[in-house]
Design a protein around this ligand. Sequence first.
Ligand code: NI
Ligand code: MN
Length: 227
Amino acid sequence: MSICLTWYSHACILIETEGTKLLVDPFITGNPLAPVTAEDLDPDYIFVSHGHGDHVGDTVEIAKRTGATVVSNFEIHNWLAAQGVENGHPQHIGGGFDYPWGRVKLTIAHHGSALPDGSYGGNPCGFLFYIQGKKIYHACDTGLFYDMKLIGEEGIDLALLPIGDNFTMGPEDALRAVKLIEPKQVLPIHYDTFDVIQQDPAAWKALVEKETGAKVALLKPGESLEL
Ligand code: NI
Ligand code: MN
């Protein structure tokens, strides 16, 4: 069976694998590019990379309504529990866990993680998913870091990299990230949502495919790709 990955704009993706729905960073309400409403989503698991509002997003509402298990760092896990989210699974950077549908390891990310109410949100992370023999690296919000090379050594099938600049890597550093990770395929994310992160993804695709062996997938919000 294939894996279906849908991009809901910004850092929000839905991964569907063998009937299980995994939702990452569900920033839907207040997101001008979101092609769905939070009520449309019924994930089995939610992953929260860090505490910022454009990543925690609708996590509390969706988790309470669906009973989805929320995977995050320990600090965000405690904060979500205090908001009434009952099913949480805390992990932390460097740690992996085998879920019924596959494995997830939390990776480093260079960013902040304060929660919307100012609470301490621990350290931000990225996610490395191991599903059906495929490896998907979601960098989440981060600047460029050389240890991306270590992540790449695992053999990445698909890397999701921010290209928006200002809050995360921009196009030039994201190109350098592709060179460090050497994924088979890349999906640019975290751009065009706000005025300060407007980018030209087609130009970035052309540059990456000229300078690296990676294929760049470009999706419009709501579009999917199969792995
Ligand atoms: Ni952020
Ligand atoms: Mn962000």
